[in-house]
Design a protein around this ligand. Structure first.
Ligand SMILES: Cc1cc2nc3c(=O)[nH]c(=O)nc-3n(C[C@H](O)[C@H](O)[C@H](O)COP(=O)(O)OP(=O)(O)OC[C@H]3O[C@@H](n4cnc5c(N)ncnc54)[C@H](O)[C@@H]3O)c2cc1C
Length: 431
């Protein structure tokens, strides 16, 4: 069957297990999660991860040949909706960014020896990784212009530069750094990816940056975003992933999948937020009736539900296309999904805050934190403006200019219409 909206019973059973696991083992911890002692959480986390691994649900974004269970992107989307309901789930299911993208990059570009050293330990959750592209003064939205350089000196690469917003760099074991190695190869063959182990002399993690999500950031917590300076930072030649100049292509491979994976998880967050909105709407009264009976609140509920369902279909269809044709065939659509779903989830979170009033604005509900955290969506992994621009350019490639009136110009089409009518009349046997 070409179009099928049903989930296979065996996989539905896996999803049901995930829903129960997230609802009963993870969500209940949320109110105290930030206070849990780090060493004890590390032990409990491993215990929970073991349960996920036992169900063959660990690292679901990777194909079997890359060490994952190989469910494909559509099933991953269904799983990610559940994972997205609770922020800590990503680590428990082994799909947390930036590790997931880094593993995809290493799976595609690393040699067997490099995989042994960095990919498989990362996949097993024994080490963690960060990815350093963005710079305070150059590359951000435009990675074709980067200021960080890597120069070959004997058996070493010497890195000089300045990166920032590097998620998890202050806690990671390795940082994958995009640095310019081949200036002549600009715009797309100029950079390379080098693995820099934490503690390498010359790589200084200057600070973790305060953000909307964590204005009073505490250095060295997972999920922080670091500023890094490289000065005469030397790594052995075999820390280069792929060949010199392959960095941009490898980074694109990593970022493409990552964009839709964010969107898949946002769907779960959006639905949980809508649940909060609806529960409040049927519980609280104002001006003599339930909030749910005010038509503007009904509009928020209906619009949010419709937007989530439409976003799900868009995401699932793109995931299905990825399974069929590969990520590179749907590159523009991956950006489209990210740009669309980031807007939907923020709109739903915003409406939930509104319907819950002061309570919604307060940290007595989790929505304000989700809003602050998810606000990175339209910026991170390339701003949405860029994705929309790529999408528009891709669409426009299918069109050719016309001289004079547009093809659909009604007066110009009239003679052809009359001719067609005469022919059809004759065909039908009219005199
Ligand atoms: C929470 C978070 C985590 C991040 N983690 C990482 C990480 O781990 N590693 C990493 O390398 N980076 C990371 N980043 C950085 C992220 O990838 C960049 O913020 C993003 O690519 C945009 O780059 P920029 O911030 O430099 O914005 P700029 O390039 O300065 O752009 C600023 C704004 O200009 C506009 N703009 C830019 N280009 C265009 C265009 N072509 N058309 C129209 N408008 C445009 C957009 O409005 C854009 O938001 C993270 C960012 C956030 C917020």
């Amino acid at each position: 069957m070409a179009w099928d909206f049903e989930t296979e019973p065996e996989f539905e059973a896996q999803l049901q297990w995930m829903r129960t696991f997230v609802d009963t083992e993870l969500i209940p911890l949320e109110p105290i999660f930030a206070e849990l002692p780090a060493d004890e959480w590390a032990t409990v986390k491993t215990h929970l991860q073991a349960k996920v691994k036992e169900r063959n649900l660990w690292g679901a974004f990777l194909d079997p040949k890359l060490g994952g269970p190989g469910y494909g992107q559509l099933k991953l989307a269904l799983m990610s909706e559940i994972i997205g309901r609770c922020m800590m789930s990503m680590t428990i299911f082994g799909v947390q960014a930036p590790d997931s993208g880094n593993m995809e990059l290493l799976a595609h570009g690393a040699t067997d020896a490099q995989k042994e050293r960095w990919l498989w330990p990362n996949l097993r959750g024994e080490i963690s990784s960060a990815f350093a592209l963005t710079e305070p003064f150059l590359a951000g939205s435009d990675p074709t212009v980067i200021g960080t350089t890597a120069t070959r000196d004997g058996d070493e690469w010497v890195i000089e530069g300045h990166k920032w917003f590097i998620t998890n760099a202050s806690v990671a074991d390795i940082v994958l750094v995009l640095a310019e190695t081949n200036p002549d190869g600009r715009p797309h063959r100029h950079a390379s990816i080098l693995v820099v182990p934490t503690g390498t002399p010359g790589m200084e993690i200057v600070r973790d940056i305060g953000t909307m999500a964590h204005p009073d950031v505490e250095y060295g917590r997972p999920g922080n975003h670091a500023e890094i300076v490289f000065r005469d930072c030397r790594v052995p030649a075999d820390h280069l992933i792929g060949g010199p100049g392959d960095g941009f292509v490898l980074a694109q491979q990593r970022l493409g999948g990552g964009r839709i994976h964010h969107a898949m998880r946002w769907l779960g967050q959006a639905q949980r937020s809508l649940d909060i909105m609806c529960e409040r709407a049927v519980s609280r009264t104002s001006h003599g009736k339930l909030l749910a009976q005010h038509q503007m609140v009904q509009d928020y509920v209906a619009l949010s539900h419709t937007e989530i369902q439409a976003a799900r279909l868009l995401t699932f269809q793109t995931a299905w296309k990825m399974d069929r044709h590969g990520a590179s065939a749907v590159r523009a659509e991956l950006g489209m999904v990210k740009a669309h779903v980031s807007k939907v989830v923020l709109a739903v979170l915003d409406r939930t805050i509104q319907v819950c009033g002061a309570l919604g604005y307060s940290s007595d509900l989790p929505v304000e934190e989700w809003y602050r955290t998810t606000r990175f969506g339209p910026i991170g992994d390339g701003p949405d403006e860029l994705h929309k621009s790529v999408l528009a350019r891709t669409i426009l490639k299918g069109y050719a200019p016309v001289e004079g009136w547009p093809t659909e110009h009604v007066p110009s089409r009239r003679p052809a219409a009359e001719e067609k009518w005469a022919a059809l009349r004759a065909e039908a046997g009219l005199p």
